[in-house]
Design a protein around this ligand. Structure first.
Ligand SMILES: C=CC1=C(C)c2cc3[nH]c(cc4nc(cc5[nH]c(cc1n2)c(C)c5CCC(=O)O)C(CCC(=O)O)=C4C)c(C)c3C=C
Ligand code: FE2
Ligand code: FE2
Length: 343
């Protein structure tokens, strides 16, 4: 029997340093997130980052936490529930980190008699720290605990025409009645090193002005290319003036160089260039979360206005939009009935 496993990133159990610490420990000790030898990762994460970050992150989580829980979890649950209403297959929801584990979600499916799973990493773009780690973890759990289960993975959908239609519609709605000077597409950042590591050709991704625009097999796993492609396709779909649109990368951690331009520097640059009205979209996330609600909607607004900007909006992620739910249900149905995956 077939079933579906939706997987998002996860959140701490509560916005307290006590619960944030083990969550961050699991997250940052993932070798695909902080990709250095384990002994060094231990020193960086447990010896340095976890000494101070849980308190700081808990404070940020408190600012966005809902009565029902973490926005990322609550939105993912609502999305899963709506998808369930549109398919006759069992649909489970798991998280890569935290207490709603992938193992528990696979168990839930196994208990319902599922032995063929469509794994859906809830990320439009491929990155070793997001999409890839979900796939690796799910396959590890399957091999260890559910050896008779077959798992098929939904590909990254950053350029899928139907997905672009839904994303473009959500952005068009957000821009209604907002006479913007600029639209910033802010994607979650990753260290530049991750781009080079994920390049199967070992020479294509130079992280310069051109590599992401020149056709290459490297783009199947090039997060930077995929982000720029999403922006270009939305610009085309909505007919946005190209000079009023740009892309940037947010949420970097100190240390290595991360993908540029950095979103927080862009807020300042755009304001200093005289852009007064800024709309920000965050397509690396399908559901709103700490990184969109706090870093972009709250902190970003402050940074832009301090630098001279006047009007600022964050356009929400797809969350539980009906057209997004319907698209996911279509992808599930295509796999269920014809073994077709979206391209
Ligand atoms: C080396 C560190 C990190 C990499 C690489 C990274 C990649 C990455 N992350 C997301 C999506 C999300 N990240 C979120 C929170 C978050 N991310 C990092 C670090 C890295 N992420 C940290 C330390 C945190 C925790 C919060 C903090 O202390 O700042 C979230 C939000 C989770 C929530 O509960 O709301 C999401 C979603 C992607 C897509 C990605 C690679 C492309
Ligand atoms: Fe992150
Ligand atoms: Fe590239």
């Amino acid at each position: 029997m077939k079933g579906v496993l939706l997987v998002n990133l996860g959140s701490p159990d509560s916005p307290t340093a006590k619960d944030v610490k083990p969550y961050l420990d699991e997250f940052l000790m993932d070798e695909r997130v902080i990709d250095v030898p384990k002994i060094l990762r231990n020193i960086i994460v447990r010896g340095i980052i976890l000494q101070t970050r849980p308190k700081r992150s808990a404070k940020a989580y408190k600012k966005i936490w809902w009565e029902e829980g973490s926005p990322l979890i609550v939105i993912s649950e609502r999305f899963a529930e709506k998808v369930r209403a549109q398919t006759d297959l069992p649909v489970a929801l798991g998280m890569r980190y935290g207490s709603m584990s992938i193992k528990k979600a696979l168990q839930e499916l196994a208990d319902k008699g599922v032995d063929e799973v469509l794994l859906v990493p809830l990320y439009p773009h491929y990155a070793m720290s997001s999409y890839e780690t979900v796939v690796v973890k799910a396959l590890e759990e399957q091999q260890k605990h559910f050896p008779d289960m077959k798992v098929t993975t939904l590909p990254a959908f950053y350029h899928n025409p139907e997905y672009i239609k839904v994303l473009a519609a959500s952005i068009a709605e957000g821009l209604e009645d907002f006479d913007y000077d600029h639209v910033l597409f802010s994607y979650h950042g990753i260290p530049e090193r991750h781009i080079r590591k994920s390049d199967p050709t070992r020479f294509h991704c130079k992280i310069d002005g051109s590599c992401c625009k020149v056709n290459s097999v490297a783009h199947h796993t090039c997060y930077r290319h995929q982000c720029y492609k999403t922006t270009d396709l939305v610009v085309e779909a909505l007919g946005l003036p190209v000079e009023k649109v740009s892309s940037s990368f947010q949420s970097r951690l100190a240390g290595d160089p991360w993908l540029k331009p950095y979103t927080d520097y862009e807020f300042e640059r755009l304001a200093k260039e005289g852009k007064k009205k800024l709309a920000v979209v965050t397509p690396a996330f399908v559901s709103d979360c700490l990184e969109t609600l706090e870093e972009i909607a709250m902190e970003g607004k402050e940074q832009f206005e301090e630098a001279g900007g006047e009007h600022y909006i964050h356009i929400p992620c797809l969350n539980e939009r009906d057209d997004w739910v319907a698209l996911m249900a279509t992808w599930i149905r295509d796999w269920q009935t014809q073994h077709i995956l979206p391209v």
